[in-house]
Ligand binder design. Structure first.
Ligand code: CP
Length: 345
């Protein structure tokens, strides 16, 4: 089957078909093995990809910029302070003192596509970042690529899966443990949601461990459960930092996320509360009880809190491979959605 997603916005992998996900992963792997080959090096020739960052980044900014360069194009960095912001009555910043409609329609005339990063610290309510991103998508014909909003991080999810497949082959029926960890960073949900959605979608058994009170939004958990039901796989929740590390776990993803009341209590209170739960950490001893599990994480890693140095820098950590894959998956996304490359799956 020939997959064509030219013009498609990439906002969350749950909004892609399984065949579209497979096509993107297939192309990502081909692009990785032929990184500077002529086949792909002119796909964005003379074109400019816009990168609109409301929040900081290391991996996302550099990998998107490198991706545009390697496809023969250019990536332009945009941030709110250079674009004359104003506040709306809802406290949400919009661009250049004009409506998103007007800004987006103008940007559409310049760029071949636009990535947007808008995390929880740039908005007042959960979901506002995703809503702003979708508003740009509504008004731009060129594809919008989610570079992480307050709900989803599709490029990260695809890169996680690519790395896991590279190291362990077919993922169907394998088990991933996603466990909460303490941290001084009060982290958002986007990478966690995306990983739970895509791994359950691709037929993995999913374990979720977190302290009582740290429930993820019900809407996303329902989708993960539904994905597992459709695939006949298991979805289990644990409220103990130790119990879920058992012999069938092949991947451990240990990461902090803030509690559901974060938007009311704020960052300082969240960090204080999390600092009391130091037993929630991925250690070598816990990893030793799994099926030689690989350690995965979207990075940046909060070492000594989310995971010990021994695990993060150890032979079973594939975090840097996954970070590298951001480049390849984003090249594949740009090639298919912007340049219109079709992939047979
Ligand atoms: N994983 C990730 O998105 O990293 P950055 O925040 O550094 O871009």
């Amino acid at each position: 089957m020939l997959i064509d997603i030219k013009g498609k916005d990439i906002i969350c992998t749950q909004e892609l078909s399984i065949s579209e996900i497979r096509a993107l992963l297939k192309l990502s792997k081909e692009m990785k093995s032929d990184r500077f080959g002529e086949k792909y090096s002119s796909l964005l020739k003379n074109q400019t990809f816009l990168m609109f960052f409301f929040n900081p980044s290391l991996r996302t900014r550099i990998s998107f910029e490198a991706a545009a360069t390697e496809l023969g194009g250019h990536a332009q960095f945009l941030e709110p302070k250079t674009m004359r912001l104003k506040k709306t009555s809802k406290g949400v910043e919009v661009q250049a003192g004009e409506t998103i409609e007007d800004a987006a329609r103008v940007l559409d005339r310049y760029g071949c596509g636009m990535g947007i990063r808008i995390l929880e610290t740039s908005v007042e309510n959960y979901g506002d970042g995703n809503a702003i991103l979708r508003e740009y998508a509504r008004w731009m014909k060129a594809p919008i690529i989610n570079m992480a909003d307050d709900k989803y991080h599709p490029c990260q999810g695809l890169s996680d899966i690519m790395g896991m497949q590279e190291h362990r082959g077919e993922l169907k029926s394998k088990t991933v443990l996603m466990t909460w960890a303490h941290s001084s960073l009060a982290r958002s949900y986007c990478s966690v949601h995306e990983h739970l959605l895509i791994s359950s979608r691709l037929g993995m058994n999913v374990r979720l461990a977190y302290p009582k009170g740290y429930d993820l939004p019900e809407e996303e958990i329902s989708r993960v459960k539904e994905n597992c039901q459709k695939n006949g796989t298991s979805f289990q929740i644990f409220h103990d930092p130790d119990e879920a590390y058992t012999g069938d776990v092949e991947f451990v993803y240990s990461r902090n996320w803030f509690g559901p009341d974060f938007y009311e209590i704020g960052k300082e209170a969240e960090i204080f509360r999390a600092s009391k739960m130091t037993d929630w950490i991925c250690t070598g001893e816990r990893m030793s009880r799994t099926n030689n599990a690989l350690f995965i994480h979207p990075m940046p890693v909060d070492r000594g809190k989310e995971v010990t140095d021994e695990v993060a820098s150890g032979p079973d950590s594939i975090i840097v491979d996954i970070a590298e894959n951001r480049l390849h998956t984003q090249k594949a996304i740009m090639a298919m959605t912007i340049a219109g490359l079709k992939v047979d799956v």
